[in-house]
Design a protein around this ligand. Structure first.
Ligand code: S3P
Length: 452
């Protein structure tokens, strides 16, 4: 569906200077395959780097965030080849053979990489320093530093290990039983990864189910994991390299799913998308908002240890605002910016509470969303732990203008989708869009392929 002018024009400006210009889209159609899942790509590299021998990852997400994890393992002495962007071959000496890096490990914008690697590096026999970009150096690290310290880890950093840069002096750890009040898969995974090389077993209990990719992947590497409802236990042991297929990222697919839902003339199919139920909470929310034209066709896999995936078909739906139950938040945490875009085009008010975590993501996402909504002329209320949005219906009378993504990839992409609902003749400029490549390289090309 290529047309001129394109619905989205991207200007690459170098770090923090890129922008996108979006106009109304009349039609959306076609088939899309979104890039690999970010959470699973990080974990594939981490487990592949800890495992002895060869690991091959197919469907790998070659985004800025995942490439930080890849380069960290190169520095730790793992031989890594990338024959094409979506394939990675690793040849690792195994956890005990990892080497002290000769430089600071830079995790860029990636909260997942930095937190999970804290767990991995705490149990080595060497010293590492890790840092990140301006956004990552502001994000809370105590949530992983505290439980790891309880396991015996020696981690130092500003504010008693509250923030990056962190210096980790690898040491012997002991297993713990930890109640993860943060409802965070990053915290859970950091502890489980440390537990693989601790004395005794390590259990993490959560109040609500968070994404479970670490638990699903570990057995594929020979890791011993037992799961009992919201309690996950790892038993120490050696991992062995394997072959992995990463499904498309549901969180990336969500932007296209919303494009299909919000555009009156639309028929969009998303193939090969990860459908892990701990990630697809947005489908449940949209169903509650009366989205009637979403069809999910599961394709696999047959065994419960790996990641389910399938196709999603999205056509136009009139949506109705709802109060999102706070207990659904962990499974939609990355989809709230795009859910906000959907709420703008719904009839009635949508309220999202219990989501204070959004304030410490790649940006303060509550601030980012409400600032953009005020430019677009959408009524909203901001709360410490969420927001409510006064829906303007399927033909919202939005105002064009310029919004700041706060250098946050998901706010940028959500605003690009919402920009397609502007009245004819209006434009939306989105500033700070270079960070889209942290999770979704090629976003604007795919966007222009399906919009007209
Ligand atoms: C992630 C977990 C989530 C999510 C992030 C990726 C992961 O963070 O927001 O984008 O891969 O474990 P929290 O665990 O901090 O909620």
């Amino acid at each position: 569906m290529n047309d001129t002018p394109e619905a989205l024009t991207e200007t690459r400006g170098g770090p923090e200077n890129g922008s996108m210009l979006v106009r109304r889209s009349r039609r959306v159609g076609g088939s899309v395959r979104v890039p690999g899942d970010k959470s699973i790509s990080h974990r594939s590299l981490i487990l592949g780097g800890m495992a002895s021998g060869q690991t091959t990852v197919k469907g790998f997400l070659s985004s800025d965030d995942c490439l930080c994890t890849l380069s960290a393992f190169s520095r730790l002495g793992v031989r890594i080849m990338q024959p094409d962007p979506s394939s990675v071959h690793m040849d690792s000496p195994g956890f005990a053979g990892l080497m002290e890096p000769d430089a600071i490990l830079d995790f860029g914008n990636s909260g997942t990489a930095s937190r999970l690697m804290c767990g991995v590096l705490s149990a080595t026999s060497f010293f590492t320093v890790m840092t990140g970009d301006d956004s990552l150096r502001k994000r809370p690290m105590k949530r992983v530093v505290d439980p790891l310290t309880a396991m015996g880890a020696r981690i130092d950093g500003p504010g008693e290990g509250s923030r990056l840069p962190l210096a980790i002096r690898g040491t012997s750890l002991k297993g713990i039983h930890y109640f993860n009040t943060h409802k965070s898969a990053q915290v859970k995974s950091a502890i489980l990864l440390a537990g693989l090389n601790a004395a005794g077993s390590t259990t993490v209990e959560e109040p609500l189910q968070t994404r479970d990719h670490t638990e699903r992947l570990l057995p594929l590497f020979g890791g011993k994991v037992t799961r009992d409802n919201l309690r996950t236990t790892v038993h120490p042991g050696r991992l062995t390299g394997t072959l992995l297929h990463v499904p498309g990222d549901f969180s990336s697919a969500a932007f296209f799913l919303a494009l299909g839902l919000l555009t009156p003339a639309s028929s969009l199919t998303l193939d090969g998308v990860g459908l892990n139920p701990t990630r697809t909470g947005l489908l449940r929310v949209l169903e509650a908002m009366e989205a009637r034209s979403l069809h999910i066709v599961p394709a696999g896999p047959p065994d419960s240890e790996s990641e389910p995936y399938g196709s999603i078909h999205a056509g136009f739906s009139e949506l109705r605002g709802i109060d999102v139950p706070p207990e659904w938040i962990p499974n939609i945490i990355d989809e709230i910016p795009i859910l906000a875009a959907c709420a703008v085009c719904a009839r009635g008010t949508t309220t999202i509470r219990g989501a204070a975590e959004l304030r410490v993501k790649e940006s303060d996402r509550i601030r980012g969303i409400v600032s953009a909504l005020s430019v677009l002329g959408v009524p909203f209320e901001e709360f410490p732990d969420g927001l409510s949005i006064g829906g303007l219906g399927p033909e919202p009378r939005l105002k064009g203008g310029s919004v700041d993504s706060l250098n946050d990839h998901r706010i940028a992409m959500a605003m690009a989708v919402l920009g397609t609902r502007l009245p004819e003749g209006e434009f939306l400029q989105i500033r700070g869009t270079d960070f889209v490549s942290t999770s979704f390289p090629g976003f604007s090309t795919l966007f222009n392929q399906v919009t007209e």
